[in-house]
Design a protein around this ligand. Structure first.
Ligand SMILES: *Cc1c(COP(=O)(O)O)cnc(C)c1O
Length: 431
């Protein structure tokens, strides 16, 4: 199968991380998010090892926690000894209350409010990734009020297009994120930052997009970033301690996509940076990366119970499940590909083609179209793979549908990391 943590057991059921998915569906109910904790840790270690093997000391991955944010994942990342990215006070609060060491947190976002900034400084966030000039001054004011010097990175846009989906491409000059190098504004902002008393500029940041399969766009990004570093150094003598190249390495959602060797790709990125630094006569800065999807995406699956199966004669078939865009909005948003497996009978002949639909009152509420599978029966379990990133974190209560729980699986036990929302939870804030 597409991942080596999937198999079929003697009952003919799909197993995930060694657990019978049909039994887990019975135990915890559906829809159900499952995460393979051992695989997450293994991937984190692969990133960490590549970065310590090939990059200067102190180069580490930061988990871009918008991909999957809950207390337990912050505990796991703390145990694994990597940094985190947060993009809101909600993520910040979750990490703080999970006991994450906040000096290892990077605070992102293109519009941090004054109260966000205050809250983050109060909670000892290590670094702000400052997105624009307004924010630079706001952070300085707030730091000054509290009598601290705040470390920051400056987010710049290198002006490249990594050929991914428009909505997940973020490195072009006209992006809402960051300060453009090409217009000269990034340089101006560096000078302003260096002048501010309550700001310590530690480095530059760029993030070019997501679901990128080849190292090529990163080579272009590092080239532009290092050129920028060299220019500033030549002109003003300032050279930063850190260069953050963002996240974006993809994961394999369907068999037609390539398998990615993360260790190998990071090695290529590091070797290119080394060469580029040598050409520019720069010492290689500490490198940071911000993987989100590639740390957790292919460690998650979602289980659903099949409801109505509708055959529209001469047209198409629908298999409706007890979840949908509320737990996985990615097909609705981006027409993202997913692998769908009938977990109850994965080895039966796939002689039925159907669109897998959610249960929201929205005809765009689909999980995938034209899926080949055995004709399912009402009550059987359907698995959608690769839902570890941007599923739970993007889930909503549209149609007042409660969000599914997240169950973690490791070699010793299965346990609830996030509980299932109840109907009382749905009305909790209503007066
Ligand atoms: C979304 C995002 C990431 C993570 O991207 P992935 O594709 O999930 O690795 C990293 N950095 C920033 C600034 C982001 O916006």
């Amino acid at each position: 199968m597409i991942y080596d943590n999937l198999a079929v057991n003697e009952k003919g059921h799909l197993t995930f991380a060694g657990y019978d998915t049909v039994e887990l569906a019975e135990k915890y109910g559906t829809p159900l998010y499952l995460m393979d904790e051992d695989k997450i840790r293994q991937r984190v270690r692969e990133y960490k090892k590549a970065m310590s093997d090939f990059m200067p000391q102190g180069s580490v991955p930061e988990f871009a926690s918008k991909a999957f944010s809950c207390r337990q994942i912050y505990r796991i990342m703390a145990e694994e000894g990597i940094d985190i990215d947060i993009v809101s006070v909600g993520e910040l609060y979750t990490a703080v209350t999970a006991g994450f060491p906040m000096e290892r947190a990077f605070f992102h976002g293109n519009n941090k409010t004054d109260s966000d900034i205050e809250f983050a400084i109060e909670n000892g966030v290590g670094y702000f990734v400052v997105d624009n000039e307004d924010e630079l001054y706001a952070v300085d004011r707030c730091a000054s009020k509290r009598g601290v010097v705040q470390k920051i990175l400056l987010r710049v846009t290198p002006g490249i297009d990594p050929h991914t989906h428009k909505k997940i491409s973020t490195g072009s000059v006209e992006s809402k994120f960051g300060i453009a190098i090409g217009t000269g504004q990034a340089e101006e902002t560096v000078l302003k930052a260096l002048d501010l008393e309550n700001i310590e500029l530690c480095g530059y940041h760029c993030h070019i997009g997501s679901q990128i399969f080849d190292a090529e766009p990163f080579h272009t990004a590092s080239e532009i970033m290092l050129k920028f570093i060299a220019d500033i150094k030549d002109k003003y003598g300032y050279s930063p301690d850190m260069l953050n190249l963002g996240g974006g390495l993809g994961v394999r959602y369907v068999e037609s996509e390539p398998e990615i060797d993360y260790y190998g790709e990071l090695r290529k990125i590091a070797e290119t940076i080394k060469k580029q630094c040598a050409q520019l006569q720069l010492d290689m800065p500490k490198i940071l990366t911000e993987p989100g999807r590639s740390l957790v995406g292919d460690s998650g699956i979602t289980l659903y119970t099949v409801g109505s199966v509708k055959e529209i004669k001469g047209y198409k078939n629908y298999v409706s499940v007890d979840g949908g865009m509320t737990d996985n909005p990615r097909y609705t948003l981006y027409e993202s590909p997913y692998t769908v497996i009938l977990a109850s009978r994965p080895e039966d002949k796939k002689d039925f083609t159907a669109t897998v639909a959610g249960r929201c009152c929205e005809s765009g509420d689909l999980i995938q179209e034209d899926v080949a599978m055995p004709r399912p029966e009402r009550g059987e379990i359907l698995a959608v793979l690769t839902t570890g990133a941007y599923n739970y974190s993007m889930a909503s209560n549209y149609n007042r549908i409660p969000r599914p729980p997240v169950v973690m699986l490791n070699s010793e036990r299965d346990y609830i990391a996030v509980k299932r929302e109840t109907l009382e939870d749905i009305c909790r804030l209503d007066v």
